[in-house]
Design a protein around this ligand. Structure first.
Ligand SMILES: NC(=O)c1ccc[n+]([C@@H]2O[C@H](COP(=O)([O-])OP(=O)(O)OC[C@H]3O[C@@H](n4cnc5c(N)ncnc54)[C@H](OP(=O)(O)O)[C@@H]3O)[C@@H](O)[C@H]2O)c1
Length: 254
């Protein structure tokens, strides 16, 4: 028996890093997982990896900034499992560590679209579905310690992740009577592909962020975040909603 037998789960950003691990871990515990990202070939590999797991993974290629994707991925979970039990808003991008004086409109819009607008669109659709379900449902957002402190990334990333924390708390409060739980995890540094393609980093931004980092604390692993996400989405955490869960090995304690 897995904790998520028969459950319908959507995981965004499932083509690499944390989302990849989260999708596999839900499928290992019996869930039917709709795995969302833009790179279809990566998702096909993920589906293959999950072949022998008790649940299953279905690839859903799309861009989370587009409502067609965020609506479609939820519809797909309902079509496959009969209901939507868990939405994990994990897809996210970095911002080249640009402090506000260096932020272009284009960078700001791009980061906000992926990190904030996408999750809002997905939550809007998910809550509409969950309101019609007797057991409600669960939303787990992936922010960052950059969502509660200002010294871990650039201006756009920090603002987007702070907003995700606020969006989480508002949603938890509004729908608590409807058995819809909404929580947010805030990882510290985790070894993934998140820095790939960050080729125009701000010298000022990198210098300021690195100067404050305690390098004696090792990076986290994707399973460190995934295990927390599954716990939060499970009935073991049924009284937890509106929580901001920091998972950073102690980095933000200093
Ligand atoms: N790694 C860290 O140190 C760290 C720390 C704190 C918080 N986080 C957060 O953790 C989350 C996962 O990041 P990660 O570290 O696992 O990074 P990653 O390996 O780069 O994974 C990011 C995922 O997001 C997807 N994605 C990006 N833009 C997308 C879009 N427009 N539409 C759909 N999918 C999109 C990517 O897939 P495609 O490119 O295929 O679309 C990929 O699957 C992010 O929200 C990130 O901000 C990471």
């Amino acid at each position: 028996m897995g904790r998520f037998d028969g459950k319908g789960v959507v995981v965004t950003g499932a083509s690499s890093g944390m989302g990849h691990r989260i999708a596999l871990d839900f499928a290992a515990e019996g869930a039917t997982v709709v795995a969302v990202a833009r790179r279809a070939e990566r998702l096909a590999q993920l589906v293959e990896e999950a072949r022998d797991l008790p649940g299953g993974i279905v690839a859903y290629a799309g861009d989370v900034t587009v409502a067609e994707t965020t609506d479609g991925m939820i519809d797909k979970a309902v079509e496959l499992a009969g209901h939507l039990d868990v939405l994990v808003n994990n897809a996210g991008i970095m911002d080249e560590f640009k402090p506000v004086a260096e932020v272009t409109d284009e960078l700001w819009d791009k980061v906000m679209d992926v990190n904030l607008v996408g999750p809002m669109k997905a939550m809007r659709k998910a809550v509409q579905v969950m309101l019609g379900q007797e057991n409600g449902g669960n939303i787990v957002n992936v922010a960052s310690i950059g969502g509660i402190r200002g010294a871990r990334a650039g201006a756009a990333y920090t603002a987007s992740k702070h907003a995700v924390v606020g969006l989480t708390e508002n949603t938890a409060f509004m729908y608590a009577p409807n058995h819809i739980r909404c929580n947010v995890v805030c990882p510290g540094g985790v070894n993934t592909e998140v820095m790939n393609g960050q080729t125009e980093m701000s010298q000022l931004g990198v210098g300021r962020v690195m100067a404050g980092l305690d390098t004696s604390i090792p990076s986290g692993k994707v399973e460190d975040i995934s295990s927390a996400v599954l716990y939060i989405a499970s009935d073991d955490a049924k009284f937890m909603t509106g929580a901001t869960v920091v998972i950073d090995g102690g980095v933000s304690c200093n």
